[in-house]
Design a binder for this molecule. Structure first.
Ligand code: NOJ
Length: 765
């Protein structure tokens, strides 16, 4: 009798062999096809493939307008982006296929950041669900909707680790932790791309490579400068994870990396991305970033900038028209060769081949799918359910939440009755006005069982010009603050409980939305303080796309829930949680600061020579601390409450010694739901090295599990750890740093958040 394991082994080797040989056959077919095609293309047509232009009406930088149709017909465009509507897209595709000499179809891109028409919570909020399966589903649904409307390429995921909440684009990523960004990024790539032979999957574009999240002082488009070790440890892992998940394209970032713009950075794009990580897709610039090299003062003119970008490994030029205008001349001058252009052109044609566009250029132009695949009941139900997982309950004194559907409830604040601000930033395809406002959602949920009294109460901010800048078109009614405030106080006095919908408006985060003050804006803060004086129970629903400062609120407001921006179904989802049909289960993926001066603030910081423990309240002279604020977060990374109570016990490791990279052990912990409501808990595991040649963070997230535990039940949560989990980047390799296995003593810590952990000691030999 042959052993079952051996049979399994033979079978899987055979499957692997078949998969690999069909893979190389596919690759050989693709190579042959693309070579034959390129053999018939003129130099101009090859350069045309490297040109990407906006064809819609969303312009975010210093781009040049073009007459799109004639450019496509002339073979001067490889792709277009941010054009909505399958009809219009089909027209352009027809010109490319039927009127241009080579008939090469277009890549059709879009910023599909957190949904297409069905909008999901902003990515930062999604990461607070710690639910990678849900995040993958979000991307799958987004791909289905986008592809039904003509899109074949999405500029997502953004996996820029961000430690400074002043940066508005914190909203677009998964927070401060490299592991969380890696897991969520990978899930999105899988969700978007799935099986590209289908017509409801799209190619993903990982961005912004690299380090965009580290802009100094959180000011958008600002300088970045950091050590290579830090890049490898803290910033690179998510991009690498997405590449390993098979992302078809990567977008270079606006910023400098080691003094050279990412778009012209040979080390970054060729050495690290292609040679070390084996990325085999194409690299596209961010919006007009070839042009921006002149403003960076690293290129004299567009020709110089284009030359450097191409030679560094940038294949496609988004909106600078640098390649289309200067590459021919650069060839004549001998600065670049036709081979350099061939390399880039081949990668773009390969992407089109992988998408199946050469088999059927109209694969994504099925005009009937709009009716069946977009903004469906099913998608919206999933968006509502997923949104409920993203809210983070930060405080709930005397179990004020959930609210009962009875009596009189006051709903106050500038975010309470604005439909357009529910979906959040950067929703190119959404019809935001279609969403219910919170007021409408709560009224619906109350079914007449309680009376909802509403007052806007104040403006988003006192300065109307500043408010208009922040709103960016998603207008919130201006009111006379004195009379609106009095009305809010009257409504509040007449009510049993006050719900405040306050915070940032949707476009106060995202691109070009950096802030230097992260407190509740002026008028809102004053009104909240007046309401607090009434001594009634108050629930603050904090709308935000970043970590905000809520130090005063944490002392004076009994219940606080961060609701971020929850997408098109946010109003229903907030009502589900507010009235207790679902327990909140989100946990922070960003540390909430006590004040802006603490930024950048993140839990996995390095130790200093004069350390101060997290939690130390008193100032110590000549230690690494501030005179006027503690070091630690107001609400730490990983933190979030539930309507139920989870107890952790029996935390054990199956053994305490690991002998090699491959050796493994299991740590387990029992988690009991001691309340009377079914709920989910995110169990977190951190590691820390006792001592190492290079400084290590005091703790680093290593594993996590989101577990559903019915009321009164408990679950045994197990994590497998191998020697690999204790490997760090330390020794210099060919391109950058390599990971090494390091003998020594480590702590493995488990708990409900980064500040409440139990630990066991492990030895690596
Ligand atoms: C600029 C942004 O940085 C990037 O994220 C986006 O994909 C492009 N514009 C295209 O709109």
């Amino acid at each position: 009798m042959i052993d079952k394991k051996i049979l399994y082994h033979i079978f899987s080797s055979f499957v692997m062999f078949v998969a690999l040989s069909s893979c190389s056959r596919d690759k050989a077919d693709m190579d042959k096809f693309v070579s034959e095609l390129m053999g018939r293309m003129t130099l101009e047509e090859k350069i045309g493939q490297l040109n990407l232009q906006v064809a819609g009406d969303i312009v975010t930088g210093d781009a040049q307008d073009t007459a799109v149709l004639s450019e496509i017909e002339a073979g001067n465009m490889g792709g277009i982006f941010n054009l909505k509507g399958v009809g219009k897209i089909r027209e352009l595709q027809e010109v490319a296929v039927n009127k241009s000499r080579m008939g090469i179809p277009l890549l059709v891109g879009m910023d599909v950041i957190h949904g297409y028409e069905t909008i999901f919570p902003i990515p930062l909020a999604l990461s607070c669900s710690w639910d990678s399966a849900a995040v993958e589903e979000v991307a799958r649904i987004s791909a289905k909707e986008a592809s039904a409307d003509g899109i074949n390429w999405v500029f997502s995921p953004m996996v820029d680790v961000a430690l400074d909440a002043r940066w508005g684009r914190v909203a677009e990523g998964s927070g401060e932790d490299p592991l969380v960004n890696s897991i969520m990024g990978r899930a999105m790539v899988r969700g978007y791309q799935g099986d590209l032979s289908r017509n409801d999957n799209v190619m993903s574009c990982v961005k912004h490579f690299a380090l965009y999240g580290a802009v100094e002082a959180g000011r958008d488009y600002n300088t970045v400068d950091m050590s290579r070790l830090r890049m490898y440890e803290q910033y690179f892992p998510p991009y690498k994870a997405c590449v390993e998940a098979g992302a078809g394209s990567v977008m270079s970032s606006f910023n400098l990396v080691g003094g050279i713009p990412a778009t012209a950075n040979q080390w970054l794009l060729n050495d690290v991305l292609r040679n070390e990580w084996k990325f085999d897709g194409f690299v596209v610039t961010d919006y007009a970033s070839i042009n921006e090299m002149m403003a960076h003062r690293v290129a004299r003119n567009k020709k110089d900038a284009s030359c450097r970008a191409l030679l560094a490994g940038t294949d496609m030029d988004m909106c600078s028209r640098g390649y289309i205008e200067t590459l021919k001349e650069l060839i004549r001058e001998g600065e670049v060769t036709e081979d350099d252009i061939d390399v880039a052109c081949r990668r773009i044609l390969e992407a089109k081949y992988k998408l199946g566009l050469f088999d059927n250029p109209f694969k994504y132009c099925d005009t009937t799918r709009r009716q069946t695949d977009i903004y469906t009941k099913e998608h919206r139900e999933r968006a509502r359910a997923i949104a409920t997982e993203t809210f983070v309950l930060l405080k709930n004194e005397n179990s004020l939440l959930p609210l009962k559907k009875k009596g009189r409830i006051a709903l106050i604040g500038p975010l309470a009755d604005t439909r357009s601000n529910m979906t959040g930033m950067w929703t190119v395809a959404a019809a935001s006005e279609r969403s219910l406002s919170l007021k409408e959602g709560m009224e619906k949920a109350l079914e007449g069982k309680a009376k909802l009294l509403y007052a806007q109460g104040c403006n988003l901010m006192a300065d109307s010009v500043a408010q208009a800048d922040a709103e960016f078109g998603k207008h919130i009614k201006r009111v006379n603050s004195a009379s609106a405030g009095l009305e809010a106080l009257r409504v509040a006095r007449e009510s049993d409980v006050i719900v405040c919908a306050m915070g940032e408006c949707a476009e106060m985060t995202g691109e070009s939305s950096s802030r230097s003050d992260l407190s509740l804006p002026d008028e809102q803060m004053s009104l909240l303080k007046e309401l607090a004086k009434l001594g009634k129970p108050i629930v603050l629903l904090n709308f935000s796309g970043r970590a905000t400062v809520m130090t005063w609120e944490s002392e004076h407001i009994p219940a606080i829930m961060n609701v971020w921006f929850g997408g098109s179904e946010m109003a229903d989802a907030v009502s589900d949680v507010l009235f207790g049909s679902v327990s909140p289960s989100g946990k922070l993926t960003v540390s909430m600061p006590r004040n802006v001066g603490q930024l950048p603030l993140y839990y996995n910081h390095l130790s200093t020579g004069r350390p101060v423990e997290d939690g130390e309240k008193k100032f110590r002279k000549y230690a690494s601390n501030y005179l006027d604020v503690r070091n630690d977060a107001l609400y730490p990374f990983g933190y979030g409450l539930s309507y139920t109570n989870f107890e952790y016990y029996d935390f054990i490791a199956s053994k305490n010694v690991l002998n090699s990279r491959e050796d493994s052990l299991i740590v387990s912990v029992r988690v009991a739901n001691e309340g009377n409501m079914n709920a989910s808990e995110v169990v977190q595991l951190y590691v820390s090295a006792d001592c190492f040649a290079f400084a290590r963070p005091k703790k680093e997230l290593c594993k996590f599990a989101r577990v559903e535990i019915p009321a009164g039940e408990e679950r045994n949560v197990e994590f497998i750890l191998t020697g690999e989990d204790f490997c760090f980047y330390s020794n210099q390799g060919v391109y950058g740093y390599n990971k090494t296995y390091n003998a020594g003593t480590y702590k493995v810590m488990v708990g409900p958040n980064s500040a409440e952990l139990s630990s066991v000691q492990i030895e690596l030999r």
